[in-house]
Design a binder for this molecule. Structure first.
Ligand code: A3D
Length: 306
């Protein structure tokens, strides 16, 4: 498998490093970093190629600013764009990042027309939609990473509150990657037993989960990158190994509204959107998305590529 990463910044470089260190690294032959800042992509690729050599892995890592290096690639991750600064919401980045992601997606469609595109650029669900329209790819080949990160953050909160090991906890966050994210209270289990929370406890873990993003921005002056990169590595693992596992990813169904849903992944991206009885709120929020996206001009490709 050949994996391209657009944006050699914090998330991009850590996705590459995570892939090199992964237990499925033998399935990866090449990683390419592309960044508008050419030296950054070349320099980080060089460093990562040495990391790969330290671990005695046969992964070639290349970098540059020319998209031609992605020719025929299988998976392309888009991390390029601005990050939010303290006080900014993810949606403050909408216009600027939509322009960046639209241009990049159109280039990917030309150079790697059979690839699966994975997005992390914020505001995530809007960028999934932008890449879908600008690439002309079918819905199954566009995947956004957020639900696995938000669910991991929720698991950390539950682990701290109940003093339980993360590996014993099942917890899911679906919907949009913003304040409207939905914590599935009835789907929280420890050792397969449903967990009961007082109203105050549930409010606290919900609020803390939603606040993880801004809290890290305030501490670091930039957004989180190690956990988001790990979420992308997890998605790539599912695509490559095709294990029968359910993840939460931002995907587009017939409603044409991307947001976090339960999915199964495989070589061609989304294999299945798993049926689930989502709340009324979940679908009511679609109106909010449609209202916001209609003000964003997105250059679209004429037809879907197969
Ligand atoms: P950062 O370290 O700034 O890296 C972004 C990289 O993109 C930089 O190296 C830029 O040079 C590059 N870039 C900018 N414009 C272009 C372009 N047109 N073509 C190619 N490269 C370009 O940011 P980061 O890696 O920390 O974050 C990347 C994105 O992920 C931001 O939009 C964040 O808000 C977002 N993010 C999402 C999550 C989710 O959970 C969805 C979490 C954390 C961050």
């Amino acid at each position: 498998m050949k994996i391209g990463i657009i944006g050699a910044g914090n998330i991009g470089a850590n996705v590459a490093y995570g892939l090199i260190c992964s237990e499925f690294s033998d399935k990866i032959s090449q990683i390419a970093l592309v960044d508008i800042v050419e030296n950054l992509a070349i320099g980080k690729a060089l460093d990562l190629s040495h990391a790969s050599a330290v671990f005695e892995k046969d992964i070639k890592v290349i970098g540059g600013s020319d998209y031609a290096i992605l020719s025929g690639y299988d998976i392309v991750v888009i991390t390029a764009g601005q990050t939010r600064k303290a006080g900014q919401s993810r949606e403050d980045l909408l216009k600027i990042n939509a322009k960046i992601v639209a241009e990049i997606s159109a280039k990917i469609a030309n150079i790697a027309p059979n690839s699966v595109i994975i997005l992390v650029t914020n505001p995530l669900d809007f960028m999934v939609y932008t890449a879908y329209k600008s690439s002309g790819f079918p819905k199954n080949r566009i995947i956004g990473m957020a639900g696995e990160l938000d669910s991991a953050r929720l698991k950390c909160e539950i682990s701290n509150l109940k003093n339980e090991k993360i590996s014993h906890i099942k917890a899911s966050v679906v919907g949009f990657h913003n304040d409207k994210m939905e914590i599935l209270k009835d789907e929280i289990f420890i050792d397969n037993k449903k967990v009961e929370f007082s109203g105050k406890e549930f409010d606290e873990i919900s609020q803390n989960t939603k606040n993880c993003g801004p809290k890290i921005v305030n501490l670091l002056g930039t957004s989180a990158f190690l956990a988001p990169a790990s979420g992308i590595v997890k998605i790539i693992k599912q695509i490559i190994t095709e294990e029968d596992k359910t993840l939460i990813c931002s995907v587009i169904d017939e409603s044409e509204v991307p947001c976090g849903r339960f999915v199964k992944l495989g070589k061609f991206g989304v294999k299945e959107i798993v049926k689930f009885n989502y709340s009324q709120n979940f679908t009511q929020n679609f109106a909010y998305f449609k209202e916001k996206i209609k003000n964003i001009e997105i250059k679209t490709q004429n037809k879907e590529t197969k």
